[in-house]
Design a protein around this ligand. Sequence first.
Ligand code: FCB
Length: 448
Amino acid sequence: MSADGRQFPEGFFFGSATSSFQIEGRSPGIPQGDSIWDTFCAEPGRIEDATDGLTACDHVHRWSDDIALMASLGLSTYRFSISWPKVLPNGTGEINERGMAFYEQLVDGLLDAGITPMPTLYHWDLPQALQDAGGWTNRATAEAFADYAALMAERLGERVGTWVTLNEPYVSAVLGHITGEHAPGHADLGEGLAAAHHLLLGHGLAVTRLRDAAPHAEIGIVLNFTPAEPATDGPADAALARVRNGFDNEWYINPIRRGTYPADIVEALAWDQAEVHDGDLDVIASPIDLLGVNYYTRAVVSAVGQQLPFGTPRTEMDWEIHAPSLHRLLVWLHTEYDLPKIVITENGAAMPDQNRRDGRVHDVDRIHYLHDHVAAVLAAIDEGVPMAGYLAWSLMDNFEWAKGYAKRFGIVEVVPGTLERIPKSSALWFEQLARSGIIPPVTVLDGV
Ligand code: FCB
């Protein structure tokens, strides 16, 4: 059955997401510390197009226009992240008032525009000073994170109704410490396991501190899920899919909801759990009010390297486009983990963006992607999954980490050079959805 014309329940919200390092850039008026991503970008060969985050989308100067842009698109929620080194240049100590003022203005501006702010405290830009002391492989970083979280809640507490602790600890731990694709660029399994544990511990410690400082706020974490499916019915593929699901997906949600790491994967990795102190898992399993789900694609895994068939639809990231997996994922999360509330905190696609019509990127492929994934969310609601909102990744084209600026996820184009913002056709489609709560047909824009 087509989802076109179907309506989301009352109160379900639509908005967009960004992160500090990907959009802000720096301002001479805001002295700040370096983050691990500044260091990483300065290392030759780390970023595909050899770019950095020094200017990015210049959001640090254009934030007010960006708020007006979101309001013009009818978006009711904005998920952004706070740059830890902007507010605490060395990661600990006294607040940098000029950095703090930036976020206070941003939050006030959002509230004035009727947009709900949803700050994420850590979207990967760890202060370099903390990395110099071991970063996430050092337990002290978890404690520093909790102190930072408490400071932010004290300063913004009354204005912020929902806090997100971490964005995608899997990516920080695995891409940062095991594959080396992301900052700090290390390649060591033991480091990755230690980092994952300390990230989760930092989350748990922060939950308690946030509750004390902002008792009325909702608190959650954002996890990324890439459901793995075996390429064939054979036992080798099934075994590989199990490892991938255990290590990529359950490694984070299990400790948070059940207070345990997946035992079969702990054994398969021969992890001695030296970093896990008595009581840590109780801290990590502190109750949360919502889970943020980031979903982009599934993984079809093969023990013998079998590929997906030629012609399988993919994005510019080479990620398979597969909306049914989002529906299955949400039903699975609800059934297995009994979550109080789920928000899609990121979903979207990098597309070629080569077609223009009337001066704007005419990205029908991205509209299709958003349409089918939004419909998958509605199908999950039909089955009783407590979905509260959907945030598109991303509000605008930005610094896509190791890929640089070449991969564009925005529903709004950021013109290279001038940094002018021009809504793409997908933004106009999304606006209709956000304003009405009704899924518009993809064809609604034909003839625009
Ligand atoms: C997620 C990140 C986000 C963005 C998207 C494409 O893993 O959280 O910053 O890079 O992927």
